[in-house]
Design a protein around this ligand. Structure first.
Ligand code: NAD
Length: 366
């Protein structure tokens, strides 16, 4: 028996990763050499078990509600499920929340990652030579650890010095350093990915794209921080998931891989693009919530900028392309259209999220 443990699998990217492995009767899971996927998630406000309802009865899937900070729980899960691969998504992930209250970010992102590493080390050390060699710990991190770029600076790459500017990115940077230390100190087989902004299905409406989409449909203001000219690189979430798999199976141990979509865009451009697609697919004239507006972009409202807001992120993903043979399948144009269509087609999911009162009052791009 061979199992993979995914942490934070009920969140946005984690649930897309679990779906990628389990869809089509678990074709990719078994192709990758695993019998079972264990999803450990604490179900914070950002975790939604219903994202994966369709797999609940599958023999290849087990959901466990629990905290990565609970080292005894993680150790017993690793043991009883014969886990030899861990893909670590669980985190507090929203920059605005980290500004309002940094402590949970240190607790989950730093302490939680440390406890998970300790449990993983115990499991790894207990294995026979063959399974020890095959063991992997894949840490999912962000490009925000590199800080901010001036307009003409070259894109971030694996050699860019860390310069985190928000409590969120500082906590992720700390977790990256702990993962690195477990490789250099104990020889643990770890790989880290640092990815740019993701978008796609199942993203909570506190982040820019789903927030704008759902507010627009409800005829609510579309809040834009500052001048809206902050630049991010955007990657469709399924492409991030295939990048993680590529780094997991082909990445060099102890190394980091930058993952991005080669799609640098200003926030305001993103918002206008979403409005244009909505104008086409769900014209304002047919939406009773938009009385008096000709177009969704009439709803755009500029608000006070976020403190310490990084101006530009860009990613050079040449290394993962060259070493792991990975390329994004979607351009921004194809990915954003799929995303808008998904939100339009999945009204029940959006309704459930709204009813659970996920924080939607603030705009986030982190
Ligand atoms: P998310 O906030 O949507 O999901 C996080 C998940 O982790 C939730 O299901 C939550 O319940 C779970 N969780 C939180 N604390 C936990 C704990 N202590 N124990 C167990 N589970 C816990 O986040 P996301 O956007 O899916 O991001 C996933 C990972 O990818 C994070 O590590 C994030 O830093 C990284 N990342 C995100 C982006 C992005 O654009 N969203 C980009 C690059 C990297």
């Amino acid at each position: 028996m061979k199992s993979i443990l995914v942490t934070g699998g009920c969140g946005f990217i984690g649930s897309n990763f679990v779906r990628l492995l389990l869809q089509n009767d678990g074709a990719l899971l078994s192709e990758s050499g695993y019998d079972r996927l264990i999803n450990l998630d604490a179900l914070t406000y950002a975790g939604n078990r219903a994202n994966l309802t369709e797999f609940e009865d599958s023999q290849s899937y087990r959901f466990v509600e629990g905290d990565i900070c609970d080292q005894a729980l993680v150790s017993s899960l690793l043991e009883e499920n014969e886990v030899d691969t861990i893909v670590h998504f669980a985190a507090e992930s929203h920059v605005d929340r980290s500004i309002d209250g940094p402590e949970p970010f240190v607790q989950t992102n730093v302490v939680g990652t440390l406890r998970l590493l300790q449990a993983a080390k115990g499991r790894w050390e207990s294995l026979d030579d063959v399974r020890r060699d095959a063991f992997r710990f894949l840490h999912v991190s962000t490009d925000e650890v590199y800080g901010t770029l001036a307009p003409d600076d070259p894109a971030f790459c694996e050699a860019t010095p860390y310069a985190p500017n928000s409590p969120y990115s500082a906590s992720k940077a700390s977790s990256d350093f702990l993962v690195r230390a477990y490789f250099h100190t104990y020889g643990m087989p770890v790989v880290t990915t640092n990815c740019s902004n993701n978008y796609g299905p199942y993203q909570f409406p506190e982040k820019l794209i789903p927030l704008v989409l759902l507010n627009a449909l409800e005829g609510k203001p579309l809040p834009i921080y500052g001048d809206g000219k902050q630049i991010r690189d955007w990657l469709y979430v399924e492409d991030h998931c295939t990048g993680i798999l590529a780094a997991l199976t082909k990445g060099q141990l102890g190394e980091t891989y930058c993952v991005g979509g080669r799609s640098e865009m200003e926030n305001i451009q993103i918002v206008r693009r979403i409005c244009a697609i909505l104008d086409e697919l769900r014209p304002a004239s047919e939406n009773p919530n938009l009385e008096g507006n000709n177009s969704y972009d009439d709803l755009i409202t500029y608000v006070k900028d976020r403190p310490g807001h990084d101006r530009r992120y860009a990613i050079n993903c040449g290394r993962i392309e060259a070493e792991c043979g990975w390329n994004p399948a979607e351009t921004f144009d194809t990915g954003i259209r799929k995303t808008v269509e998904w939100y339009l087609e999945n009204k029940d999911w959006c309704q459930d999220i709204a009813e659970k009162k996920y924080a939607r009052e603030r705009l986030g791009t982190g």
